[in-house]
Design a protein around this ligand. Sequence first.
Ligand SMILES: [Zn+2]
Length: 124
Amino acid sequence: MEKGELQKLLKNLEGEQKRLKGELGLIADENPEIKGDYKAHFHKPDSSDTADEKAQSVTEYERERAMEQDMEQRLKEVTETIEKIKKGEYGVCANCSTTIQPKRLEAIPTARLCINCAEKASLI
Ligand SMILES: [Zn+2]
């Protein structure tokens, strides 16, 4: 990948990283002991809540937890990719160290594996 393109990608990823951190901050707290780990806020049922309201709180929590996990996963991928670009290791397969196909990177800029390894991994 060309240097200019890589810089553009880095800028995009840093923007996404900032946005994800902001969004995660709204529904979750960062774990002070594990960097990059987030815990969704729990909607504590109030003792005055009806059974319906309590059920609602649980559903809400589960929904937020699923969202939180998706965003956390995405944030990890984005952060990892940013670090690789900075270290000059971007576009190298994490498993077999071959260069990842440019077309694949175009489709999935945060891909860690080349197409062969990704296929093998998804077969397991
Ligand atoms: Zn590979």
